[in-house]
Design a protein around this ligand. Structure first.
Ligand code: GDP
Ligand code: MG
Length: 171
C-alpha cells in the first residue's frame, strides 16, 4: 500500500512533532520555511515486511493555510483545496476547542466539501483532562465531516501507531 497524506493544522499544534514521532526522528524533513514547491514533502514513512503488506506513506504539507485568514488570497485557498483533493487522506491536527482560535474553523471550512477521507487528530492529549478532550471531540464530531477522530500525544507517542493503522486502511 502507498499513498499521500496531507497534514494540516495551525502553527504549534504539533505537526512537526507528530512527523518526527512517525519517522522515529530519522528522516523527517524538519524545515517549516515557506517553500515554493506545491505539496512539499515533509516526510516519508516506509514499513517493509516479508510479504506484500508493506506500506509507504508520503506526508505532504498543505500550502495556503498557514498565513491566517486576513492574508489569504483566493488563489492560496484554491491551492489548499486542490491539495486536499489530491491526497488520499487528510490529517487535521488541533490541540484545543475549535472556538479557541480562528484558524481551525477556517481550515475546516476549506475541507468540508472535499471527498477525501479526513481524520481529526486531537493532539497534546497529555495536557488535557478527559472532560476537555470530550468537549473537543464533541465539537468536531457534531460537524459530521470527519471519518474518524483520534486523540494523540505526538510528544510521547500515545495513540500514534493506532492512528497510522487507521490511515493505512484508507490507502
Ligand atoms: P507545528 O508548528 O504544528 O509543527 O508544532 P510543533 O511540532 O513544532 O510543536 C509545537 C510545540 O508543541 C513544541 O514545543 C512541541 O514540543 C509541543 N508539542 C507537540 N506535540 C505535543 C504533545 O503531544 N504534547 C505536548 N505536551 N506538547 C506537544
Ligand atoms: Mg512545524
Amino acid at each position: 500500500k502507498s499513498g499521500f497524506i496531507g497534514i494540516v493544522g495551525r502553527p504549534n499544534v504539533g505537526k512537526s512533532t507528530l512527523l518526527n514521532q512517525i519517522m522515529g526522528e530519522k528522516i523527517a524533513i524538519t524545515t517549516d520555511k515557506p517553500q515554493t514547491t506545491r505539496n512539499s514533502i515533509r516526510g516519508i514513512y516506509t514499513r517493509h515486511d516479508d510479504g506484500d503488506n508493506g506500506v509507504q506513506m508520503v506526508f505532504i504539507d498543505t500550502p495556503g493555510i498557514h498565513k491566517g485568514r486576513n492574508k489569504l488570497g483566493s488563489a492560496m485557498t484554491d491551492m489548499a483545496v486542490n491539495t486536499f483533493k489530491e491526497v488520499d487522506v487528510i490529517l487535521l491536527l488541533v490541540d484545543g476547542p475549535m472556538s479557541k482560535g480562528p484558524g481551525d474553523k477556517y481550515i475546516v471550512d476549506m475541507m468540508k466539501d472535499v471527498n477525501t477521507p479526513k481524520i481529526l487528530v486531537v493532539n497534546k492529549m497529555d495536557t488535557m483532562d478527559p472532560e476537555e478532550y470530550l468537549e473537543i471531540y464533541n465539537e468536531y464530531n457534531e460537524l459530521g465531516i470527519f471519518d474518524d477522530i483520534y486523540g494523540t500525544s505526538a510528544l510521547n507517542g500515545t495513540n500514534v501507531v493506532e492512528l497510522l493503522s487507521r490511515v493505512e486502511e484508507f490507502l
